[in-house]
Write a protein that binds this ligand. Structure first.
Ligand code: ATP
Ligand code: MG
Length: 431
């Protein structure tokens, strides 16, 4: 039997309702903050990621889905969103001279990783980018909006970890200090970290190996190597976050996996996620656009893993609202034809309607009506059609009335509206 590739999933009910809730929430938060959506291609030239993310990173070194197309181009399924967005901003000249551009995106990303809970090969991210602004206010706004998305989804037990990775120049001196510290201790490091010693020593700080972590705890701290400007910027970010009510914790070992970060690096973690604890990661990337051939453009952004949001929502979910208001039951040629038309008319009046197409016996169709969670069932048989009526059944208490066909839509509209009003009154008295 054919199976989906490892690390991919089919998304379906009931989980899909959570995805829709996340998507709606994100659209709302972004619109309120004047961010505009951008959709970039799912594959890009391999060189974009190699240059943008950095050859020495795990992503480029071992996680990319790269292939050659029939035109002999090397292409890669995007492993993250920032490189593609930056490419689009440069290519389409989206950033007028001196302007500020606020963008967000949502969609699938691809990384060849060991699949496990909260870690997929095709996964989905929501991301945000502020381009053209070097001010610490932009970092703070971006981080606060990530927090806002999570807050509005009702996700709790979160912690914002923050560090500054300085400028490329700051990091150059720091790298020397790290090398001097780790080189004599390399025998005690895990194999991956030993490998990183020459390629990307900062990433040793990121190691999950307990012994390496213990050694890294006493390593020189990046903050001590920051220029005065980088330190001021970092202090400002923290002070704005405090003003915005975003609690945060300094984490000296937070360096993040991507080379293009400068200054602010942050992660939002949840204690409810187990090993894959990061929900959101981001930071400032002031050098990326010029690295990709654009003009120097300060920028800051983040990406949030949607699979991990879904896991968090699943652990706290209550009841989901039913999918439809009306379930349409019909049997017999004339009645079935009439029901098809009535369903269209109900939908045109914004009444969500499921039409039973089975042609099964009435009691079978009515059973499915009850299971659908709908408020009302509309029943049409040949008797009803010859009398010019439909039976409308309230599924909560089983009461039923015959309504002339031309009045059915109005009757149902009123019932559904009255129930909505009753429910909101109910909510008001509860809170
Ligand atoms: P991790 O340390 O968990 O590997 P990362 O540093 O590789 O994360 P980023 O590149 O910063 O992650 O991506 C931002 C967010 O995207 C992560 O915080 C996580 O929520 C999500 N994410 C990253 N990789 C995956 C994956 N393979 N499957 C599911 N979600 C992912
Ligand atoms: Mg990763």
């Amino acid at each position: 039997m054919l199976q989906a590739p490892p690390g991919t999933r089919d998304l379906f009910e009931p989980e899909i309702a959570l995805w829709q809730k996340i998507e709606q929430t994100v659209r709302q938060v972004m619109a309120l903050a004047a961010y505009r959506e951008i959709r970039t291609p799912i594959f890009e030239p391999t060189e974009l990621f190699a240059r943008g993310i950095g050859e020495a990173t795990d992503i480029v070194g071992k996680e990319m889905y790269t292939f050659t197309d029939r035109g002999d181009r090397s292409l890669t399924l995007r492993p993250e969103g920032t490189a593609g967005v930056s490419r689009a901003v440069i290519e389409r000249k989206l950033l007028g001279g001196g302007g500020i551009l606020r963008l967000w995106y949502m969609g699938p990303m691809f990384r060849y990783e060991r699949a496990q809970k909260g870690r997929q090969r095709q996964f989905h991210q929501i991301g945000l980018e502020v381009l053209g602004c070097a001010a610490a206010r932009a970092d703070a706004e971006a981080i606060a909006l990530a927090q806002q998305v999570l807050h509005q989804l009702g996700i709790i037990n979160l912690i914002v970890r923050l560090n500054s990775v300085g400028t490329l120049e700051d990091r150059h001196t720091y790298r020397e200090a790290l090398l001097a510290y780790f080189t004599p201790r390399q025998g005690e490091l895990d194999p991956d970290s030993r490998d990183r010693l020459t390629r990307n020593p900062l990433r040793i700080l990121d190691s999950k190996d307990p012994q390496t972590q213990a050694i890294a705890a006493d390593a020189p701290k990046l903050l001590d190597y920051l220029s005065a400007e980088s330190l001021t910027h970092f202090d400002q970010v923290r002070s704005h976050l405090t003003d915005l009510g975003v609690a945060n914790e300094l984490d000296h070992t937070l360096v993040r996996g991507l080379d293009y970060y400068t200054r602010t690096a942050f992660e939002i973690q949840s204690s409810d996620l187990g090993a894959q604890s990061a929900v959101c990661g981001g930071g400032r990337y002031d050098r990326l656009l010029e690295q990709l051939g654009g003009s120097p453009t300060p920028a800051v952004g983040w990406a949030m893993g949607m699979e991990r949001l879904v896991l968090l929502l699943e652990s706290q979910q209550g009841e989901m609202p039913p999918a439809v208001s009306v379930y349409l039951v019909s049997r017999g040629g004339a009645a079935e034809a009439q029901a098809l038309v009535l369903a269209q008319s109900l939908r045109q009046h914004h009444l969500s309607t499921e039409l039973d197409l089975s042609g099964a016996k009435f009691d079978k169709q009515l059973k499915r009506a009850s299971q659908s969670g709908a408020q009302l069932a509309v029943i049409l048989g040949d008797d009803e059609v010859s009398q010019g009526v439909a039976q409308i059944k309230h599924l909560s208490d089983g009461t039923q009335v015959a309504v002339p066909l031309p009045e059915v839509v109005d009757h149902i509209s009123n019932s559904v509206r009255q129930r909505a009003i009753a429910e909101s009154d109910n909510l008001l008295t509860r809170y």
